[in-house]
Design a protein around this ligand. Sequence first.
Ligand code: HEM
Ligand code: HEM
Length: 128
Amino acid sequence: MTYDKKYLVWALCYAVAGMGVGIFMGVSQDPAQHVTHAHILLVGFVTSLIYGVIHKLWLTDKMPRLAMAQFIVHHAGAVTMFVGLLLLFANVLPLAQLDPVLALASLTVTLGVVLMLVMVVKSNTLEA
Ligand code: HEM
Ligand code: HEM
Protein backbone atom coordinates (compact mmCIF):
# COMPACT_ATOMS: atom_id res chain seq x y z
CA MET A 1 0.00 0.00 0.00
CA THR A 2 1.32 3.49 -0.83
CA TYR A 3 1.82 6.06 1.95
CA ASP A 4 -1.03 8.27 0.73
CA LYS A 5 -3.43 5.33 1.04
CA LYS A 6 -1.94 4.21 4.37
CA TYR A 7 -2.41 7.73 5.76
CA LEU A 8 -5.98 7.83 4.45
CA VAL A 9 -6.83 4.53 6.20
CA TRP A 10 -5.27 5.68 9.50
CA ALA A 11 -7.00 9.07 9.21
CA LEU A 12 -10.40 7.43 8.83
CA CYS A 13 -9.67 5.11 11.78
CA TYR A 14 -8.86 8.18 13.92
CA ALA A 15 -12.13 9.76 12.70
CA VAL A 16 -14.09 6.72 13.91
CA ALA A 17 -12.27 6.76 17.28
CA GLY A 18 -12.60 10.55 17.74
CA MET A 19 -16.26 10.62 16.79
CA GLY A 20 -16.78 7.64 19.10
CA VAL A 21 -15.41 9.72 21.98
CA GLY A 22 -17.67 12.61 20.84
CA ILE A 23 -20.75 10.37 20.86
CA PHE A 24 -19.72 9.00 24.27
CA MET A 25 -19.55 12.58 25.61
CA GLY A 26 -22.95 13.36 24.15
CA VAL A 27 -24.60 10.20 25.51
CA SER A 28 -23.00 10.52 28.96
CA GLN A 29 -23.60 14.30 29.09
CA ASP A 30 -19.99 14.55 30.32
CA PRO A 31 -17.62 16.73 28.25
CA ALA A 32 -14.54 15.69 30.31
CA GLN A 33 -12.84 14.11 27.26
CA HIS A 34 -13.30 17.12 24.93
CA VAL A 35 -9.56 17.79 24.67
CA THR A 36 -8.93 14.09 23.87
CA HIS A 37 -11.75 14.19 21.29
CA ALA A 38 -10.39 17.40 19.72
CA HIS A 39 -6.86 16.00 19.40
CA ILE A 40 -7.81 12.54 18.09
CA LEU A 41 -9.76 14.37 15.38
CA LEU A 42 -7.31 17.22 14.68
CA VAL A 43 -3.89 15.58 15.21
CA GLY A 44 -5.24 12.14 14.21
CA PHE A 45 -7.88 12.54 11.51
CA VAL A 46 -7.16 16.00 10.01
CA THR A 47 -3.33 16.01 10.20
CA SER A 48 -3.06 12.42 8.90
CA LEU A 49 -5.43 13.27 6.06
CA ILE A 50 -3.26 16.28 5.16
CA TYR A 51 -0.13 14.06 5.24
CA GLY A 52 -1.94 11.68 2.87
CA VAL A 53 -2.73 14.55 0.51
CA ILE A 54 0.91 15.77 0.67
CA HIS A 55 2.09 12.25 -0.25
CA LYS A 56 -0.43 12.06 -3.09
CA LEU A 57 0.26 15.49 -4.57
CA TRP A 58 3.86 16.36 -3.86
CA LEU A 59 5.94 13.36 -2.75
CA THR A 60 6.27 11.31 -5.89
CA ASP A 61 10.02 11.03 -5.26
CA LYS A 62 11.26 7.80 -3.78
CA MET A 63 12.29 8.43 -0.17
CA PRO A 64 11.20 5.10 1.32
CA ARG A 65 13.26 5.16 4.50
CA LEU A 66 12.39 8.75 5.37
CA ALA A 67 8.73 8.14 4.51
CA MET A 68 8.61 5.07 6.76
CA ALA A 69 10.37 6.91 9.62
CA GLN A 70 7.96 9.87 9.32
CA PHE A 71 4.93 7.56 9.22
CA ILE A 72 6.01 5.62 12.33
CA VAL A 73 7.01 8.77 14.25
CA HIS A 74 3.65 10.49 13.54
CA HIS A 75 1.47 7.55 14.56
CA ALA A 76 3.62 6.54 17.56
CA GLY A 77 3.42 10.12 18.88
CA ALA A 78 -0.28 10.49 18.07
CA VAL A 79 -1.42 7.18 19.61
CA THR A 80 0.69 7.83 22.75
CA MET A 81 -0.84 11.32 23.02
CA PHE A 82 -4.42 10.03 22.68
CA VAL A 83 -3.98 7.16 25.17
CA GLY A 84 -2.29 9.60 27.60
CA LEU A 85 -5.12 12.13 27.25
CA LEU A 86 -7.80 9.43 27.65
CA LEU A 87 -6.15 8.17 30.86
CA LEU A 88 -5.66 11.73 32.15
CA PHE A 89 -9.23 12.95 31.62
CA ALA A 90 -10.74 9.63 32.81
CA ASN A 91 -8.73 10.19 36.04
CA VAL A 92 -7.08 6.78 35.67
CA LEU A 93 -3.59 8.20 36.23
CA PRO A 94 -2.51 11.55 37.75
CA LEU A 95 -1.01 14.38 35.66
CA ALA A 96 2.29 13.99 37.54
CA GLN A 97 2.69 10.53 36.02
CA LEU A 98 1.30 11.34 32.57
CA ASP A 99 3.10 14.66 32.08
CA PRO A 100 6.41 13.16 30.83
CA VAL A 101 4.49 10.78 28.55
CA LEU A 102 2.43 13.62 27.06
CA ALA A 103 5.54 15.80 26.71
CA LEU A 104 7.36 13.02 24.82
CA ALA A 105 4.27 12.39 22.65
CA SER A 106 4.04 16.12 21.80
CA LEU A 107 7.71 16.24 20.79
CA THR A 108 7.29 13.07 18.72
CA VAL A 109 4.24 14.45 16.87
CA THR A 110 6.22 17.67 16.22
CA LEU A 111 9.19 15.63 14.94
CA GLY A 112 6.72 14.06 12.49
CA VAL A 113 5.94 17.55 11.14
CA VAL A 114 9.67 18.33 10.82
CA LEU A 115 10.32 15.06 8.95
CA MET A 116 7.40 15.80 6.60
CA LEU A 117 8.87 19.27 6.01
CA VAL A 118 12.26 17.71 5.18
CA MET A 119 10.61 15.37 2.66
CA VAL A 120 8.67 18.21 1.03
CA VAL A 121 11.80 20.38 0.74
CA LYS A 122 13.86 17.45 -0.62
CA SER A 123 11.21 16.52 -3.15
CA ASN A 124 12.18 17.48 -6.70
CA THR A 125 8.54 17.63 -7.71
CA LEU A 126 8.13 20.89 -5.80
CA GLU A 127 9.31 22.87 -8.80
CA ALA A 128 7.03 21.02 -11.22
C1 HEM B 1 -19.86 12.15 15.55
C2 HEM B 1 -19.36 13.36 15.45
C3 HEM B 1 -19.06 14.26 16.63
C4 HEM B 1 -19.65 14.32 17.88
C5 HEM B 1 -20.79 13.48 18.42
C6 HEM B 1 -18.98 15.38 18.61
C7 HEM B 1 -19.28 15.76 19.93
C8 HEM B 1 -18.61 16.72 20.65
C9 HEM B 1 -18.88 17.07 22.02
C10 HEM B 1 -19.99 16.45 22.90
C11 HEM B 1 -17.99 18.03 22.39
C12 HEM B 1 -17.84 18.70 23.77
C13 HEM B 1 -18.61 19.96 23.80
C14 HEM B 1 -18.50 20.56 25.21
O1 HEM B 1 -17.38 20.93 25.60
O2 HEM B 1 -19.52 20.63 25.89
C15 HEM B 1 -17.14 18.31 21.24
C16 HEM B 1 -16.10 19.23 21.21
C17 HEM B 1 -15.23 19.40 20.15
N1 HEM B 1 -15.29 18.77 18.94
FE1 HEM B 1 -16.63 17.33 18.38
N2 HEM B 1 -17.99 15.93 17.81
C18 HEM B 1 -18.00 15.27 16.60
C19 HEM B 1 -17.17 15.49 15.53
C20 HEM B 1 -16.11 16.39 15.51
C21 HEM B 1 -15.19 16.56 14.39
C22 HEM B 1 -15.27 15.80 13.06
C23 HEM B 1 -14.28 17.49 14.77
C24 HEM B 1 -13.08 18.06 14.04
C25 HEM B 1 -12.56 17.56 12.95
C26 HEM B 1 -14.62 17.90 16.12
C27 HEM B 1 -13.93 18.83 16.87
C28 HEM B 1 -14.25 19.22 18.15
C29 HEM B 1 -13.48 20.20 18.91
C30 HEM B 1 -12.24 20.94 18.42
C31 HEM B 1 -14.09 20.30 20.17
C32 HEM B 1 -13.64 21.17 21.35
C33 HEM B 1 -14.40 22.47 21.27
C34 HEM B 1 -14.12 23.33 22.47
O3 HEM B 1 -13.16 23.12 23.19
O4 HEM B 1 -14.91 24.24 22.71
N3 HEM B 1 -15.73 17.20 16.54
N4 HEM B 1 -17.53 17.49 20.19
C1 HEM C 1 2.20 18.61 19.50
C2 HEM C 1 0.95 18.73 19.24
C3 HEM C 1 -0.05 19.45 20.15
C4 HEM C 1 0.00 19.72 21.49
C5 HEM C 1 1.10 19.40 22.47
C6 HEM C 1 -1.23 20.42 21.83
C7 HEM C 1 -1.56 20.85 23.12
C8 HEM C 1 -2.73 21.46 23.45
C9 HEM C 1 -3.10 21.92 24.78
C10 HEM C 1 -2.19 21.81 26.02
C11 HEM C 1 -4.35 22.44 24.72
C12 HEM C 1 -5.16 23.05 25.87
C13 HEM C 1 -5.98 21.95 26.49
C14 HEM C 1 -6.83 22.42 27.65
O1 HEM C 1 -7.62 23.36 27.45
O2 HEM C 1 -6.71 21.85 28.75
C15 HEM C 1 -4.79 22.33 23.34
C16 HEM C 1 -6.02 22.71 22.89
C17 HEM C 1 -6.41 22.65 21.57
N1 HEM C 1 -5.66 22.22 20.49
FE1 HEM C 1 -3.87 21.32 20.62
N2 HEM C 1 -1.99 20.53 20.71
C18 HEM C 1 -1.29 19.98 19.65
C19 HEM C 1 -1.70 19.92 18.34
C20 HEM C 1 -2.86 20.47 17.84
C21 HEM C 1 -3.23 20.48 16.44
C22 HEM C 1 -2.34 19.92 15.30
C23 HEM C 1 -4.46 21.06 16.37
C24 HEM C 1 -5.30 21.34 15.16
C25 HEM C 1 -5.04 20.95 13.92
C26 HEM C 1 -4.86 21.40 17.72
C27 HEM C 1 -6.04 22.00 18.09
C28 HEM C 1 -6.42 22.33 19.36
C29 HEM C 1 -7.74 22.82 19.71
C30 HEM C 1 -8.89 23.07 18.73
C31 HEM C 1 -7.73 23.02 21.10
C32 HEM C 1 -8.90 23.45 21.95
C33 HEM C 1 -9.58 22.12 22.28
C34 HEM C 1 -10.52 22.12 23.41
O3 HEM C 1 -10.63 23.11 24.14
O4 HEM C 1 -11.13 21.04 23.60
N3 HEM C 1 -3.87 21.02 18.60
N4 HEM C 1 -3.79 21.73 22.60
